[in-house]
Design a protein around this ligand. Structure first.
Ligand SMILES: [Zn+2]
Length: 257
């Protein structure tokens, strides 16, 4: 029987949490410890009342998430935030969170796994953040409209839908990048142009990114922040479940974004 601390250490090593830079609210690693050995693992994109209740309903006592308890920044333990903590503690549920280490990992990362899901073969990194690449890039020769349709089918399986910036009919995607979540920034747009990319698949982006993309000859596919970050937590939970010899469950809680 493995404890949450033991499984968290394995995950930290696998994902290189110590060496991977991140935003401070990410607080990668074990965020809430518990007492009992882990009997079932739940995976979810966000730590929320919905996913904690889903974890309890599934009978799991380790919740693995991408956006942890502190993702919203420093908050007093009142209202819904208190209720999250109270539910975890009252039901002896541990919480493990991995943000950029789970975006950037070369095989367990959201970006790598989304590329594979879309039948794209990653050949390098994209979207550098300090010492790591949060995304992946590669080459292909597919109609961009087909890529949008595949992304849409994927997003719909997770309660969302994919949209795309304006492109010309018959356009083909030859050099692409995938960066999940809120992957579009002025820096990633610049990097895309410097790398000679023609298509970026991401989760969500600011409105100006669609305007800029059209003028830069880029296509951006927005497949949903939530949907594009479902894959990493599932891969991690599956890996941990094999190590601990316990079952795992995905707790779906689409956010509408
Ligand atoms: Zn995210």
């Amino acid at each position: 029987m493995s404890t949450a601390t033991e499984l968290a250490q394995m995950a930290n090593e696998l994902l290189r949490c110590r060496e991977t830079p991140d935003y401070s609210p990410a607080l990668n690693g074990l965020q809430v410890d518990n007492h009992a050995p882990v009997t079932r693992i739940a995976a979810a994109v966000d730590c929320s009342l919905r996913t904690i209740r889903g974890t309890l309903n599934a009978g799991a006592n380790l919740l693995v998430v991408h956006h942890g308890l502190f993702w919203g920044g420093l908050q007093p333990l009142t209202g819904a935030h208190l209720e999250r903590v109270r539910l975890l503690l009252n039901h002896d549920v541990a919480l493990y969170s991995a943000h950029l280490p789970l975006d950037a990992h070369e095989t367990f990362g959201n970006s790598f796994l989304l590329a594979r899901e879309l039948d794209l073969a990653p050949a390098g990194g994209f979207a550098r953040y300090q010492t790591v690449f949060c995304g992946v890039q590669g080459t292909a020769d597919v109609p961009t409209a087909e890529l949008v349709a595949t992304s849409d089918a994927f997003a719909r399986r997770h309660g969302g839908r994919a949209t795309a910036s304006a492109t010309v009919p018959g356009r083909r995607t030859r050099r692409w990048a995938v960066v999940t979540g809120a992957g579009i920034s002025a820096d990633t747009m610049r990097e895309a142009v410097e790398c000679g990319l023609d298509t970026i698949i991401t989760g969500e982006g600011p409105h100006w990114s669609a305007v800029d993309a059209e003028e830069k000859g880029l296509a951006i596919v927005y497949a949903g922040h939530y949907a594009t970050e479902t894959l990493g937590v599932c891969a991690l939970a599956e890996w941990l479940s094999a190590r601990a010899g316990v079952p795992w469950t995905f707790v779906a809680a689409p956010t509408g974004l």
